[in-house]
Write a protein that binds this ligand. Structure first.
Ligand code: LLP
Length: 717
């Protein structure tokens, strides 16, 4: 018999608790409406699925669309779950939350080019392909990127899941998947393609399914289809049964009996030799969440009794959209002595469809009290929106007697954050105050407020680091020219701007004091990784975009390690003539160009003079080069760098250290990790030599620390 999973919401001494936290206390502190999730309920949901199906040891890919909150996702990723995604945005969130790409499966009938390319670059596990056109596009893009793609075809088995018609997906009149004939044809195309690998088969019948029959019926059809494919030499390794496991929303109604389902499919799956993939969403997170709302008013119209609460259909749309039933409970335990009343629980939104319960028998409710709408962990926050300009609610996680805000309530400012009013439209008014008003809030802030910056240093290279995700700084080169000078500005070797990225955790833009923008700087990259970690934008590991490609970094206690771009094949023993004689060095590009010269006594070099002459030598034109002088003593490299753009000696240079380490390996056989001493501090360069002149997995490790925080009050253009 299927039983309801243990609820993590219960009354204690007259009050509703989740785990050991009184919900009323959280509501008072955080305000309402508010979503609240129980950590242990979520974990238990995951473990229940994994235990029920343990004999098949499936890959359980949590369906992010149910609830993409990063903390909830991270909890499941930590338990070992993979992710089922349906968009580039969900891929981004899944990676942010820490799901490994090799456990991410990508479904959806309308994947676009950008999303497919993103998923290919991240090397996700499987594309669940839903049409011939999509397959062609994946093939074209994988050829263009020279990147293989693992494919499952999503079958529409034409089976009725016996659930709400809006969430039925496996009937032939639904837009999802391919029929068996189409799939047969496409599998033979995939087999012929050099970059596509046919690895599995997928189906997903719908959501909130509470009987076994649809699954068994569909599986039977799928297995019949697989038999002849096998004979044709197509042995698919994965069977993905999708999600859809129903939960109990109403007292007395049972959830899907997943134990029974697991038992019944065991022998069927086992005999195919395939591995099972599941994509549950609701079952894991639905019962783990509630929406807490406060009663604003009571009003009667004829026989009708309305309870108007502060949550609206924009916060929770399931009742309005599907007529879905959610239990509603008072935070104060009801007294049995008072008879129930029949009421409509409605929200403040200007729509008559804005309701949570209609004609519901509930204990008496008073103005100002709190109610909870139960089982709202799945498809509630993730389907919320800001209609009527209502900021979305906060989200809170409870674990035992602790609780944390895991998403702040949106603010009015958030509502206008992405908007801007084109200035030109209002020029004719010639009224400066109006023109100021017409600027977006973000622009106004930028004009008025001082800009917070963090002064950082990495091996003696110092930077002004700024969170520029909201484009506080628009004219970046001008800003760098203004703030870098040490006498009239803040003083630094460069400005690092942290900006938004669509393909990584963030983007790093770096500007030299002369306003030029190099592709990359190793010391800068370490500083910005430390900065993003300190400001809690990322965890210890992150990836970020630079003009020279994507960088991976790891923040450690006493340093930051970054993966550098694989260097270009070096041009060894390049001779240049400077008029007073010829000099031999080694030229390579480690993100930016470097010319490395080994000398007997590095401290004796007249670096400003020599550096600038080499930097402008015609052999390196038009771009010029950075110049590194290095001396090897006791297996350690001492080096000094003349930096292009700074046009002077800097205390150290990360890309220079990498270039010098590679040259030291090739010329003096120093092995990884190469220890480097710069005027600014010590660095280590790790690499893997994968060919006589080919270096991969290049890592640079060194310190990166905050010197001070400040505010720039000067002008910004
Ligand atoms: N896999 C695929 C391909 C899906 O489309 C879905 C859900 C799932 C897995 C996860 O299904 P679950 O285990 O959560 O039932 N907004 C609706 C539900 C839409 C479900 C969409 N697809 C609701 O509030 O009931």
């Amino acid at each position: 018999m299927a039983t309801n999973r243990k609820s993590y919401f219960h009354y204690k001494e007259g009050e509703l608790f989740s785990e050991e936290v009184a919900l009323g206390q959280v509501a008072e502190e955080v305000g309402t409406p508010l979503y609240l999730y129980s950590y242990n309920s979520l974990i238990e949901g995951y473990r229940e699925v994994s235990h029920a199906f343990r004999k098949l040891s499936p890959l359980i890919c949590y369906s992010l669309k149910a609830n993409g909150n990063l903390t909830l996702c991270r909890i499941l990723a930590t338990e070992g779950a993979g992710a089922d995604i349906v968009s580039g945005g969900e891929l981004y969130k899944a990676l942010q939350a820490g799901f490994p790409p090799q456990k991410i499966v990508f479904a959806g009938p309308g994947k676009n080019e950008e999303e497919i390319e993103y998923a290919l670059r991240e090397n996700i596990f499987i594309f669940n392909v839903e049409s011939e056109g999509e397959l062609k596009l994946i093939e074209n893009l994988s050829q263009r990127l020279n990147h293989p793609a693992r494919i499952s075809l999503r079958i529409n088995p034409d089976v009725d899941a016996k659930t709400h018609r809006y969430i039925t997906t496996g009937k032939k009149e639904n837009k999802f998947g391919l029929d068996f004939d189409e799939a047969e044809k496409l599998y033979s195309q995939i087999k012929k393609s050099p970059l596509l690998e046919p690895v599995g088969i997928h189906f997903h019948l719908g959501s909130q399914i509470t009987s076994l029959q649809p699954y068994l019926g569909a599986l039977e059809k799928i297995l019949d289809f697989l038999e002849p494919l096998k004979e044709k030499g197509l042995n698919l390794k994965y069977i993905n049964m999708g999600g859809g496991f129903g939960i109990s929303y109403e007292e007395g109604k049972l959830p899907l009996n997943i134990k029974d389902l697991a038992e019944k499919i065991y022998s069927l799956i086992k005999k195919t030799g395939a591995k099972l993939i599941l994509e549950p969403g609701r079952f894991l997170v639905g019962p783990a969440g509630v929406l807490i709302t406060q009663v604003l008013y009571k009003k009667n119209r004829g026989k009708k009794r309305f309870i108007i609460v502060d949550a609206g259909m924009n916060d929770l749309i399931r009742p309005s959209l599907y007529g879905a039933y959610h239990q509603i409970k008072k935070l104060k335990e009801p007294h049995e002595a008072y008879p129930p009343e029949v009421v409509d629980i409605v929200g403040p939104v200007c729509e008559s469809g804005d309701f949570f319960a209609r004609e519901r028998k509930l204990p008496p409710i008073t103005e100002g009290e709190y109610l909870t709408i139960m089982d709202t962990g799945a498809y509630c926050f993730s389907m919320s929106f800001t209609y009527n300009a209502r900021p979305r609610p906060a989200e809170v996680l409870v674990k035992k007697n602790h609780w944390w805000i895991i998403r702040e309530r949106e603010t009015y400012e958030d509502l206008v954050e992405e908007e801007s009013v084109p200035e030109e439209l209002f020029f004719s008014f010639k009224d400066p105050s109006l023109s100021f008003k017409s600027r977006s809030l973000r622009e106004k802030k930028a004009l008025l407020a001082p800009i917070p910056f963090t002064k950082m240093q990495g091996s003696g290279n110092d930077f002004i680091v700024i969170d520029n995700r909201s484009h506080l700084i628009k004219n970046r080169p001008e800003f760098a020219r203004r703030v870098c000078p040490r006498k009239t500005g803040i003083g630094a070797d460069g400005v690092l701007l942290l900006e938004k990225s669509r393909v990584a955790d963030f983007k790093m833009r770096i500007f030299n004091p002369d306003g030029s923008e190099p592709g990359m700087c190793g010391n800068g990259a370490r500083c910005i990784a430390r900065f993003a970690h300190l400001k809690k934008m990322v965890g210890e590991k992150c990836s970020f975009e630079t003009l020279s490609g994507k960088i991976f970094s790891q923040v450690k206690k006493d340093g930051v390690c970054i993966r550098m771009k694989d260097p270009s094949p070096p041009h060894l023993n390049l001779e240049i003539n400077l008029g007073d004689g010829s000099y031999t060095g080694h030229f390579l590009d480690t993100g930016v160009p470097h010319f490395v010269l080994f000398v007997p006594q590095v401290e004796k070099i007249d670096l400003p003079e020599m550096g600038s002459r080499i930097r402008y030598h015609r052999k390196f034109q038009p771009g010029g080069t950075n110049v590194d002088f290095a001396e090897i003593k006791d297996e350690t490299v001492r080096m000094r760098t003349y930096e292009r753009g700074v046009e002077a000696e800097t205390l150290s240079c990360g890309t220079g250290a990498v270039a010098t380490a590679i040259a030291a390996n090739l010329v003096y056989t120093l092995s990884s990790p190469v220890k480097i001493k710069t005027l600014g501090g010590d660095l280590k360069v790790y690499f893997h030599k994968s060919g006589p002149h080919k270096f991969t997995e290049v890592f640079l490790e060194g310190e990166a620390e905050v010197v001070y925080e400040g505010k720039w009050e000067g002008e910004v253009s």
